[in-house]
Design a protein around this ligand. Structure first.
Ligand code: ADP
Ligand code: MG
Length: 215
């Protein structure tokens, strides 16, 4: 089964469900070193995307990612809104005129994450969502280099995101609100890294099931 935008309603619902199921835990993380609104910010964006999910299925990936990016920018708010907005708008630009394969997707996603780094003036090791997204981008590149199947690549990505989110616990925050706490930011997982990991795992699960289902 090809992965088309017809899968977007299922993907968005799976993401909304996993954020809802973990809302309390994530909010506690964001209250510890942020201002506690991260789940609420994301849910505002996800609700807006769910409302337009049927429209999204009428578009190709280039147009869908552009629309998703614009919706996130205008609805999520907070640092995460402009960062996720930037990710999808850049992915749309990077994907223009190409078929979406594992190989092109690895490059498209990497370009999106690069744009986020520039947008937030942040890099790996600063205790943000980038501490999950950058390793995931690298993992996708490696999967391509090793000619892994899509399902093997998704397994690798899931594994990498779980290790990466846990590793944010001992990092010192140098970007975002948590950086105001200095050394006191250590000892807590970053909320944005946690939601990135949960969303990636939800996407990986849906796509893996889709690939396994008979055409
Ligand atoms: P805000 O911090 O503005 O209240 P959110 O609560 O929605 O926004 O998101 C907080 C998350 O955003 C953090 O947990 C962190 O992962 C991420 N973040 C904050 N600043 C940056 C940045 N400059 N670059 C990348 N990610 C960032
Ligand atoms: Mg916040």
């Amino acid at each position: 089964m090809p992965i088309t935008t017809a899968l977007l309603p299922t993907l968005l619902q799976a993401i909304a469900d996993v954020i809802e199921a973990n809302a309390e835990e994530i909010t506690a993380l964001d209250q510890a070193i942020g201002d506690g609104d991260h789940v609420y910010n994301l849910q505002r964006g996800l609700n807006a995307l769910l409302l337009e999910s049927h429209t999204l299925t009428q578009l190709d990936w280039v147009a869908a990612w552009q629309k998703i990016g614009m919706t996130l920018m205008t609805t999520v708010g907070g640092a995460s809104g402009s960062l996720y907005g930037t990710l999808f708008v850049k992915m749309s630009k990077a994907a223009a005129g190409q078929p979406i394969t594992l190989e092109t997707f690895a490059d498209i996603f990497t370009q999106g994450v690069e744009a986020m780094k520039q947008r937030g003036k942040a890099d790996i090791g600063e205790k943000t969502m980038l501490d999950v997204l950058i390793p995931v981008a690298i993992s996708l590149q490696q999967a391509t280099a090793q000619s892994l199947s899509v399902s093997a690549a998704l397994q690798a990505v899931t594994h990498v995101s779980l290790i990466s989110v846990e590793a944010t616990r001992e990092l010192l925050a140098t970007k975002g609100r948590a950086s105001f706490l200095g050394e006191r930011s250590r000892g807590h997982i970053d909320a944005g890294a946690k939601t990135a990991q949960l969303m990636i795992n939800a996407i990986a699960t849906v796509i893996t099931e889709q690939l396994a289902s008979p055409a």
